[in-house]
Design a protein. Structure first.
Length: 207
């Protein structure tokens, strides 16, 4: 015989709470109101008013998009640093990019790093590199696939943009840059300040 379905919303909520009280959280087995990972049987009887999944904290939008930028960075073919970028408007992803050589060009892992061979320090002589930066590739992807408008957008970068990328982002209409790791390029920050682009150093969500 099929179980009887409660006839009112109040009865349905009560039935759900009763089920959770008996079995614990469906994702980790924790009892409502207990620490994550604590089985319901060891936590004691929870209060009837405890909301399910109380221990779960959703990431902020900045954390959400930075996590995606981290995932994008794993596709990088650069031998020095893996950088990822995500271009966003109205909480919607417009394009992504990572640093590496242009399409059809041999990866640096196969032919070696030109900058290492020439002894060029990080942050200098950007033109002497076989690859493109993550921010550059992100703007290229936005332009190439549908001509996506970038005015007023935000870009999430795993590292502070260099001066070259900064100039491109300014002219693309990007109004906010969220970065995590530093980069030795003082001109970049000065250009962003003069252009009125908001520059935010990313901080992890607090528990």
């Amino acid at each position: 015989m099929s179980p009887e379905i409660p006839s009112s919303q109040e009865a349905l909520v009560a039935a759900i709470q009763k089920s959770i009280s008996a079995s614990g959280c469906s994702c980790c087995g924790a009892a409502p109101g207990s620490e994550s990972g604590t089985p319901a049987s060891a936590a004691g009887a929870p209060a009837a008013s405890t909301a399910p999944f109380r221990h779960y904290v959703r990431p902020s939008w900045d954390s959400y998009f930075m996590q995606i930028a981290d995932a994008v960075a794993t596709r990088s073919t650069c031998l020095r640093r893996h950088i990822g970028a995500v271009l966003v408007a109205d909480k919607r992803i417009l394009a992504t990019g990572y640093n590496g050589v242009p399409a059809g060009i041999a990866h640096c892992a196969k032919v070696g790093c030109l900058r290492e061979q020439l002894g060029i320090p990080s942050g200098e002589r950007h033109e002497l590199c076989r690859g493109l930066h993550a921010e550059q590739n992100t703007l290229i992807q936005a332009a190439r696939h549908g001509g996506i408008a970038t005015d007023g957008s935000t870009i999430y970068c795993t590292a502070h943009p260099c001066a070259q990328c900064t100039k491109m982002l300014i002219n693309a209409g990007v109004k906010r840059i969220v970065y995590r790791d530093s980069y030795p390029d003082e001109l970049s920050s000065a250009l962003l300040a003069e252009a009125g682009v908001e520059l935010c150093h990313f901080e992890e969500d607090k528990a």
